[in-house]
Ligand binder design. Structure first.
Ligand code: SMO
Length: 790
């Protein structure tokens, strides 16, 4: 906002070359030949290279996960034999300026043998009884089929539950493909120094240390020779947590022995960034007793992973998370799920804020609404009857909800929304030919993922230093991606040391200076990140209290630290913390101020691991991969224009419990921001391909993101039930409303369209779809609705 940020694209080392990437115009084609010789001969072009030539210089793109049931393709940063999505990189150029690099791409001659796209609707491509149908066209020819992910889980007597049930409801719930849209697309500045064989990569990433490991592995360099820098990132949301085309400028820098810079265009992002997400279909079933008690659940989940959700992108694991959490927060003992991730010739499938928890929420919340209608029980009441009230509560798939206030959030939300008033407004509006509707859902927000067999294994470290002048520096392995850790962590350190947040400088995003960490994903800032910061700061506090005790002639346990002052409790003996620090370093110095202390500096490093993560399967094969679970309830009011099909969101309400809040302003706006992304994803944003897998939404003119005029007031309320598992009682909150608002919007639109008896189970809720829902309902002989103007 002030123009003082430092993004990768702001940096241009002297003598830097500029990289441009030639991308496939075909979604699926064999590469017959690539001739870069004409491009190479252009004056000012330093490097022009094909995928086949590049292959000897690097390894395939490494997997982000290698969980059981996941198949990892062998693919490179530049395609070698064939391309499997439109926009896949096939060759690259480094030239003295960007214009020349882009122009030189036109001199590269590629001969393709075009293949049939794999564009089948996944539901047609799979027969659940027999497994995948035989396919004539495969994305990876040496694979038996186009299935990248298989996950099956079952617990309890599911068949018995369905046999005993008074009511069974079923729903097919389908969500389309949409994408994270950070302000800054991918950007890389790579500097290889051949004399020292050292590589420095500045890039927009959420995970600097994992990138260092992966770059070292791919380019066969010692990890000690690789430095990764990430300052301002321009937004992450899950989309910047794996290497893909980012490795191309690195290779060019190594070959040219010069710095190489690459900053992709928005069109490249839309075409080929590894961020297509969602794009799934549930077939869910819920068995209930007539009093609303859930007896059992079944779900079949299909995800279209594009060409890859494991190596070129990291989204596939979201299918497993979606399957594990599909029963939501509700009390379900018998549950059976199968998830399959199928490949098509589209761009890679990435993580996007929510990462499967949204997939879970969509199916259970739509089933709850259906069940409420079938049983003639108020939908809020049906939810309340099935929510856990005592904690810790282990859900049937293994995770333990350590604390929560689901029912209280629901009650708080409904009170604030004033549902009877909304019902009245709805009736008045209906009399005027307007269609208002509202929806209410519960949400469960697991946070702080610690996933075995992955680069997201879940530890975090921090160093806290109190300097001789009484200011502090705190270094974190977490990455700032706009979520505000530089503010919240400074608050935590300041509170521990008795300083003001402004006295604490946060450092992150440099693998040569910050301690090892895993960065920003899975809403882990207030779990792992804060855990490490608090642990290190607490150790410094103990030493500071000891030194202050010596200076003030008191026992350390009687020392209070606040407002920059150390004092002896219940006395007027006090000293500025800066003075205690100066004495500890210099006069008289550490031997006098911290006698007998093994680390006599006002500095400490700590690594934090969650006490609740469990990677040893229990007797049912269950794991616990998320240390904290926030909870909440989300509601919204919509108006549907029955003439145009336009859905207008009038208001959004959130009652949320993320444990203890460090900075309520930041938490409120995490919830608001994630709500806006859910609104965009449900109503506006869609990645559209034609039948031949060609992308139609290539600009932000076609791919519509929400803007200020489409965003309503978002009313945020909190309950604070501390987590017993984190040192400050905090829980993750980053994914927030992206988990639940989608289901609430579907519910609200269905409520608005009640006169048409439309079932709203599929996104995006664009005007054509809404009109089709209305038209379909009318054709099916529903009572004639009062459509204004028709
Ligand atoms: S969607 Mo994320 O970076 O876990």
């Amino acid at each position: 906002m002030t123009g003082t940020g430092l993004f990768a694209d702001d940096v241009e080392p002297p003598g830097a070359l500029h990289c441009a990437i030639l991308r496939s115009p075909h979604p699926h084609a064999r590469i017959v030949s690539v001739d870069v010789s004409r491009a190479r001969a252009i004056p000012g072009v330093a490097i022009a290279i094909s995928g086949a030539e590049a292959r000897e210089h690097w390894t395939p793109l490494p997997a982000t996960f290698s969980l059981p049931g996941i198949v990892i393709p062998t693919v490179y940063g530049l395609a070698v034999d064939k391309v499997v999505y439109e926009g896949e990189p096939v060759a690259a150029v480094a030239a003295i300026d960007r214009y020349l690099a882009e122009d030189a791409l036109e001199a590269i001659e590629v001969v393709y043998e075009v293949l049939e796209p794999v564009a089948l609707d996944p539901e047609e491509a799979i027969d659940w009884g027999k497994g995948p149908s035989p396919v004539s066209t495969k994305v990876y020819e040496n694979w038996p089929d186009n299935v990248q992910l298989r996950y099956d889980f079952s617990i309890g007597d599911v068949d018995g539950a369905f046999a005993r049930a008074d009511t069974i409801v079923k729903a097919r719930v389908a969500v389309h493909r949409y994408s994270a849209m950070p302000l800054e697309p991918r950007a890389v500045v790579a500097e290889f120094e051949p004399a020292r064989r050292s590589l420095t990569v500045r890039l927009a990433t959420q995970i600097p240390h994992q990138m260092r490991s992966l770059f070292a592995q791919m380019f066969r360099l010692p990890e000690s020779s690789v430095r990764v820098l990430a300052t301002d990132v321009g937004g992450g949301y899950g989309s910047k947590a794996q290497p893909d085309a980012d490795v191309v400028p690195i290779l060019l820098s190594m070959l040219a022995a010069r710095p190489v810079k690459w900053a992709e265009t928005r069109e490249e992002w839309l075409l080929a960034a590894p961020v297509g997400s969602r794009s799934y279909v549930h077939r869910g079933e819920l068995a209930l007793r007539s009093d609303g008690t859930i007896l059992g659940m079944r779900d079949r989940l299909l995800i279209d992973l594009g060409c890859d959700g494991v190596a070129r992108a990291n989204g596939a694991a979201g299918a497993i998370i979606g399957a594990i959490y599909a029963p939501g927060p509700y009390l379900v003992d018998a549950y059976e799920v199968s998830a399959r991730g199928l490949l098509t010739t589209k761009a890679p499938y990435g993580a996007y804020r929510g990462m499967g928890k949204d997939i879970a929420n969509q199916v259970i919340e739509r089933l709850m609404d259906k069940a409420a209608a079938a049983l003639n029980i108020d939908p809020v009441e049906l939810r309340r009857r099935n929510l856990p009230v005592s904690f810790p509560h282990q859900i049937c798939t293994g995770p333990v909800i350590e604390s929560g206030s689901f029912a209280a959030c629901l009650d708080l939300l409904c009170k604030r929304m004033s549902l009877p008033d909304l019902r009245e407004q709805q009736q008045q509006a209906h009399a005027e030919g307007r269609y208002l509707g509202f929806g209410v859902v519960s949400t469960l927000e697991p946070s702080g993922g610690a996933i075995p067999m992955s680069i997201f294994s879940g530890i975090e470290s921090a160093t806290v230093r109190l300097h001789p002048d009484g200011t502090a520096t705190a270094l974190t392995g977490m990455q700032s991606i706009g979520q505000g850790i530089e503010t919240t962590y400074a608050q935590v350190v300041a509170d521990c040391l008795g300083l003001e947040p402004g006295d604490v400088r946060m450092r992150w995003g440099d693998t040569e200076s910050v301690p090892y960490g895993q960065g920003a994903f899975a809403s882990r800032g207030a779990t792992f990140g804060v855990g490490a910061i608090h642990k290190a700061a607490t150790e410094v506090r103990q030493k500071l209290a000891m030194a202050a005790g010596i200076a003030l002639d008191a026992a350390p346990q009687h020392i209070e630290l606040a407002d920059g002052v150390a004092w002896v409790r219940n006395t007027d003996k006090a000293m500025r913390i800066a003075e205690v620090a100066r004495r500890t370093y210099f006069e008289p110095g550490p031997y006098a101020m911290l006698p007998g202390v093994s680390d006599p500096l006002l500095e400490a490093s700590a690594t934090y691991a969650s006490p609740d993560v469990n990677w040893v399967p229990d007797e049912f094969g269950r794991l616990r991969l998320y240390p904290t679970h926030a909870c909440g309830a989300i509601g919204c009011l919509v108006e549907v224009d029955a003439r145009t099909g336009q859905v207008e969101v009038r208001k959004i309400w959130v009652a949320h419990d993320a444990g203890r809040l460090i900075n309520p302003g930041i938490v409120d706006n995490q919830l608001r921001g994630s709500a806006v992304q859910a609104l965009g994803g449900t109503l506006l944003e869609q990645i559209v391909h034609d039948e031949a897998s060609r992308l139609l939404t290539r600009t932000l003119g076609d791919y519509q993101i929400p803007h200020i005029a489409t965003v309503p007031e978002i009313d945020v309320l909190h309950i604070e039930t501390p987590s017993p598992l984190t040192p400050l009682g905090t829980k993750g909150v980053g994914e927030g409303c992206h988990i639940g608002l989608g289901a609430a919007l579907l519910s609200a639109v269905e409520d608005a369209l009640r006169p048409f008896r439309a079932e709203v189970l599929e996104t995006p809720l664009t005007p054509p779809r809404v009109l089709a829902l209305i038209g379909h309902a009318v054709e099916n002989g529903s009572p004639t609705a009062n459509v204004a103007g028709t």
